[in-house]
Design a protein around this ligand. Structure first.
Ligand code: ZN
Length: 167
């Protein structure tokens, strides 16, 4: 009997991971479904980046269509590994599929927009790519779905003209 375990798995969910590193900042962009069957891609990307000894690792999740709890666990493990090497891992531009999973403590741990809330002060500390820093953002345009519900709230950087982050 053959025991090739991969033959018994369903085709992996559709996911691709791209990495780049510049000026000690590694950026990992995930596109597709970040789920239990694809978290290995993220882990491999983080391992690859850590070989380059970055100071920051930014995981861009704006194109993640679906994320499950296993992926969240992996993300937090990757953050711990990054921290053990003296670097900081943060999530940038989380898609709604990602933010849905994040409780306030996890948001804080992953550096995702702090100070959120209806009726509170409407600014958020978000990562601005243009500024390459956490900056104050104010609500900007919204992307609205066919039924009129807000799909994406964009946040505008207050320190530069081009910073636009999905909150
Ligand atoms: Zn900016």
């Amino acid at each position: 009997m053959t025991t090739d375990p991969t033959r018994h798995l369903r085709p992996p969910a559709d996911c691709s991971v791209a990495t780049g590193i510049r000026d000690a900042v590694a950026e990992i962009a995930v596109v597709g479904d970040l789920v239990v069957s694809t978290t290995g891609l993220l882990e491999a990307a983080v391992t690859h980046c850590l070989h380059e000894r970055p100071l920051r690792v930014r995981v861009d999740l704006h194109a993640v269509r679906f994320m499950d709890c296993a992926a969240l666990t992996t993300l937090l493990e990757c953050r711990a590994r990054t921290r053990a090497q003296g670097a900081l891992l943060t999530v940038i531009h989380p898609s709604p599929a990602v933010t849905r999973l994040l409780d306030p403590a996890t948001r804080l741990a992953l550096g995702v927009g702090v100070g959120v809330g209806v009726g509170q002060d409407r600014t958020r500390l978000l990562e601005c790519l243009a500024c390459a820093a956490l900056t104050e953002h104010v609500p900007g345009e919204t992307t609205v779905g066919p039924d009129g519900s807000v799909l994406v709230q964009w946040w505008r950087c207050t320190r530069c003209p081009e910073g636009n982050a999905a909150g």
